[in-house]
Design a protein around this ligand. Structure first.
Ligand code: BEZ
Length: 253
């Protein structure tokens, strides 16, 4: 399995897009609006937004994800670009992003670029991991890597999980006016038991294993998956300890 495996993303990890449908409702796309789907992945939510008659541009840096997206939605425009260096060639009515922005540790730059990419009063509708997101999952991995004697990777060097206060301050400093911002726990059912956690690690958490020798990695991933599964089991089902931050903001100038 490669890191951004489009098939795994659309099956074992399908809950990412399923939960994103609530965010599409919050976006409330209108016919004829131009909307950028930032980090569109395999295009599930671009397709959902397009049902409104809005004109969608999907942006992602993974070619294999975009291949899959194109096979599903032939008439949506897709851009293969990195969000961190994204310079829009047009101004959008809205920018939408589900479960992507937390991958960017240089949020200052991204939020500046996004503000520039919006029309005046254009809206930003995003969801990302909040403070303490998947703390049990990450804690289990770090604990095990440390126990085995390998150096651990700092989570803050990899992902950005802000609190409400931190993100609100940042958004305001970059020219956004916040309409709503909320933080909530969302225990997320992991399909396929321990294998589901292995899939999760291979897609979202593999970078934490960067200091583990290649030949030892699969065994350690399995061990970490078993450890988190024990902690996150409830009535013979497994729930990842997701915490989300959901924002609707407008370009204020
Ligand atoms: C998330 O979608 O919550 C997530 C993404 C990357 C690492 C950990 C969690």
């Amino acid at each position: 399995m490669t890191r951004w495996d489009a098939h795994v993303y659309d099956t074992s990890l399908k809950y990412v897009a399923d939960y994103g449908k609530e965010l599409v409702d919050l976006l409330n796309p209108q016919k004829g609006e131009s909307i950028l789907d930032l980090g569109c992945g395999t295009g599930e939510l671009s397709r959902e937004i397009a049902k409104s008659g809005a004109i969608i541009t999907g942006l992602d840096n993974s070619e294999s994800m975009l291949e899959k997206a194109k096979s599903k939605n032939g008439n949506i425009k897709y851009l293969n670009q990195d969000i961190t260096s994204f310079q829009a060639s047009e101004e959008y009515d809205a920018i939408f992003s589900n479960a992507v922005l937390h991958w960017i540790t240089n949020q200052d730059k991204v939020l500046e670029n996004l503000c520039k990419a919006l029309k005046p009063n254009g809206r930003l509708v995003v969801e990302l991991g909040a403070k303490d997101n998947v703390a049990t999952i990450i804690g289990s991995i770090q604990e095990l890597i440390k126990e085995e004697g390998y150096p651990i990777k700092e989570v803050s060097d990899i992902v950005f999980f802000p609190s409400i206060a931190e993100y609100a301050t940042l958004l305001e400093s970059k020219g956004f006016w916040i309409e709503s911002i909320s933080q909530f726990k969302r225990p997320t059912l992991i399909l396929d038991g321990v294998q589901g956690f292995i899939n999760w690690i291979n897609v979202f958490g593999i970078i934490l294993f960067e200091n583990v020798p290649k030949d030892i990695k699969p065994k350690l991933i399995e061990k970490a998956a078993n450890s988190m599964a024990r902690k996150l089991e409830k009535d013979e089902r497994y729930f990842a300890d997701y915490v989300r931050l959901r924002v609707v903001a407008r370009k204020s100038n």
